[in-house]
Design a protein around this ligand. Structure first.
Ligand code: ADP
Ligand code: MG
Length: 704
């Protein structure tokens, strides 16, 4: 079986007991099956395999077998503190156990332990207060395989996993170890043998074992290389398959298109354009013309529509949607948040329904009864356009004839989420939209052949947003300014880095809403919007804000993408030093959407880094999203662009297509050559690839 096919619950490892704290904590981070546990790789490794004696403590971490000589106690204030004297073959040292008196029983006098930690020379002795220990191994290096099941052998290279609350490292290591012991023998290989041999890669089972518990740093490197290659290989297999389809799969024969023409469908696009109170901008017109050309061709479209925040991409998406419907098909418009999806659905109801187009809104939250009918209508074709979140590609969603997939804020989605929605149609046209430009090379590696349309400029009448920096101590002036704006009938956003009060000394949305209501703007209506809120409550709040019944919206970065309320003219971002450039730009883009002059206040506290200062200066000096994206790239470096928190371009386990470009090149060449020579993947060497694709498609655990 393939590792992703191991669907046994993690509870199987915790003695069959479901609902333990560890299991719950894992579920919380999306690890429900043992397969996903094994695919959650360490973020780092601690090398306890190479012994570093006490006398060399200045060279870095000590890792040595030492005997406990004596215990001693001393006082720190009124607290009795334990000191343990130890000795290895090279030197004596002591361990200072602040707040750990119980170590007395764990490190017994006369016994040997493997001691691991940072030591320094202090008060005339070599000492450490941050150390770890294990029972001493019998031999200098113990092969991991001799360790008892479920016990982590000492002297190994130990995995360091990203932790979450309620999940301890030792517990996690034991769980992974147990999983490996139980399942490893059954795990099948996923890359063709010929390729594995060519690059001297490990088998999948070897690689999994070694990525978690390597026996040497060299083996770890091999495991990393194997897994990265595999990830990039499958990424390129997917890209290659789509490129192949684009080149050779004609979805509709010309004759079919012709017969469709005779059926005379209404000219929806022009009907919509006639109804709009404004004309398309030149950029929008060009984009629509590119899209129409693509959609009229017999090959599936793959186009990225780039345009700064506020440039009017949504309208272009609606026009593309109408094109798909004119051709007798359906369209799906996918947005990353429910808030944004709902806004699109509302706009679509306003703009498209009057033309006789049936629009449906689909998210994970749509209640089951209505959902059933909705799914039926999608499958029968009674619904022309479905607008929603990830729910659009849930397993139970079927389309009669999905011709167009629009992905808004595409950088928020993972590669495989895109694949999942595309798979709902027969090579549908794909339109991706984003204000965040993708580097060209990245676009090609991730999407294969991708065409790009750019909407330059904003709709007429927009005034540049005036941006001010303000120190936290000057916030009063900012509030006064906002008050004057509110008085003239405008609305405002206040954005905070945290939802609720946390450990960090930062302002948060919940507490600030209370302050704004009671102390600062008692005369105005104020409401909260953040991701922990009930969706229905959030919806009502947003509606009220859009109607103007709410004057101030206090939020977190949930309002970052897409939200469109033209009457809002003030954006106040507190602790602006805590936000990334693209977030700041997106947030600022929430104002300046009408014809009135708009303002953005970046309020920063004294605790900012140099980078934060640069970011704020960039925001002050630039308004063009493309320039800001370039500055962002300069600041963070290309390796960072795929930072998980920033974007989900390519959420691979270990590999980063930019950083590991060399491996990517090879994987791409290999995948393409394989598809070229054997498109059906019939050769015995390629059978494993066909099996993987059908039984356990990679990156498929994308969380719906
Ligand atoms: P974005 O590109 O950031 O997604 P939107 O699609 O949300 O931008 O559009 C921003 C606002 O501009 C919306 O209120 C929309 O109705 C308006 N808009 C779009 N196109 C035009 C146009 N050609 N002229 C005037 N206003 C427009
Ligand atoms: Mg948008």
């Amino acid at each position: 079986m393939f590792v992703r096919e191991i669907r046994d619950p993690v509870a199987r490892l915790t003695g069959g007991k479901a609902g333990t704290a560890a299991e719950k904590a894992l579920v919380h981070v999306g690890v429900t099956t043992i397969g996903s546990l094994l695919c959650r790789y360490p973020r780092d490794w601690e090398d306890r395999s190479r012994f570093a004696p006490l006398k060399d403590f200045r060279n870095g971490q000590v890792c040595s077998i030492a005997r406990v000589l004596a215990h001693d106690w001393f006082y720190v204030g009124k607290t009795r503190t334990l000191k343990i004297f130890i000795e290895d073959e090279t030197a004596r040292a002591c361990l200072v156990c602040y707040n750990r008196p119980f170590m007395k029983n764990q490190l017994a006098v006369g016994n040997d332990y493997l001691i691991y930690g940072d030591f320094e020379f202090k008060y005339g002795e070599i000492q450490s207060s941050s150390f770890d220990f294990e029972p001493a191994p019998i031999r200098a290096t113990v092969p991991a395989t001799t360790a008892g099941a479920g016990r982590v052998a000492p002297g190994q290279i130990l995995p360091i996993y990203p932790l979450t609350k309620d999940l301890r490292m030792t517990k996690l290591r034991v769980l992974v170890k147990q999983a490996l012991d139980a399942y490893l023998p059954a795990i099948e290989d996923e890359i063709p043998q010929s390729i594995r041999e060519r690059y001297h890669l490990l088998t999948k089972a070897q690689a999994l074992k070694a990525i978690h518990f390597p026996e040497s740093m060299k083996e770890l490197e091999k495991a990393k290389k194997t897994i990265m290659y595999e990830e990039l290989f499958y990424l390129e297999v997917m890209v290659g398959k789509r490129a192949q389809a684009k080149r050779s799969v004609m979805r509709r024969t010309p004759a079919e298109t012709m017969s469709g023409m005779t059926q005379k469908t209404p000219d929806f696009q022009n009907m919509l354009l006639d109804r709009l109170p404004f004309a398309l901008t030149e950029g929008q017109r060009e984009a629509v013309s590119d899209i129409n050309k693509d959609m009229d061709s017999p090959y599936p479209m793959a186009r990225l529509l780039q345009g700064d925040v506020g440039s009017g991409k949504t309208l272009v998406a609606f026009l593309a949607t109408l094109k798909a419907i004119e051709k007798g098909g359906q369209a799906a418009i996918m947005a990353p948040t429910e808030l944004l999806a709902r806004q699109h659905a509302e706009n679509a109801a306003k703009l498209l329904e009057p033309l006789g187009v049936n629009v449906a809104f689909l998210t994970g939250n749509v209640k089951s009864k209505g959902r059933k009918q909705l799914l039926k209508n999608l499958a029968s074709g009674a619904i022309d356009a479905a607008i929603g979140t990830h729910a659009l590609f849930s397993r139970d969603v079927r389309y009669r004839d999905l011709r167009l997939v629009v992905i808004d804020e595409q950088h928020r989605f993972g590669v495989m989420q895109r694949q999942a929605i595309l798979a709902k149609g027969d090579a549908p046209d794909l339109l991706m939209m984003s204000a965040t430009p993708i580097p060209r090379t990245l676009a090609i590696t991730v999407f294969g052949d991708l065409d790009v349309s750019v909407i330059k400029g904003l709709p007429p009448g927009r005034q540049p947003i005036v941006t001010h920096l303000a120190r936290e101590s000057n916030e009063g002036k900012v509030y006064d300014f906002v008050r004057a704006q509110l008085k003239s009938g405008a609305q405002a956003y206040f954005v905070y880095p945290l939802i609720e009060e946390g450990e960090l000394d930062l302002k948060d949305a919940v507490s600030m809403e209370e302050r704004l209501v009671t102390e600062i703007f008692p005369e105005y209506t104020i409401a909260l919007a953040h991701s922990k809120m009930d969706e229905e409550e959030k919806r009502l709040t947003m509606e009220a804000f859009r109607r103007g019944d709410i004057h101030i919206l206090v939020a977190t970065s949930v309002v970052e993408v897409g939200v469109d309320v033209p009457n809002a003219t003030c954006m106040v971002i507190e602790h602006a030093e805590r936000f990334g450039l693209s977030a700041l730009h997106q947030l600022r883009g929430r104002v300046g959407r009408g014809t009135a002059q708009s303002f953005c206040f970046l309020v920063y506290s004294d605790k900012y880094t140099e980078d934060a200062k640069t970011r704020l200066m960039v925001m002050l000096e630039h308004s063009d999203g493309f320039v800001i994206a370039e500055e962002d790239l300069k600041l963070r470096g290309p390796g960072q662009i795929n930072g998980v928190e920033q974007s989900g371009y390519i959420r691979l386990g270990l590999a980063d297509p930019v950083e590991h470009a060399a491996i990517l090149e090879k994987a791409r060449a290999d995948a393409f050559a394989m598809l070229e020579a054997d498109p059906g993947l019939l050769a015995s060497d390629h059978r494993c690839v066909a099996e993987v694709l059908s039984r356990a498609p990679p990156f498929s655990d994308v969380g719906v």
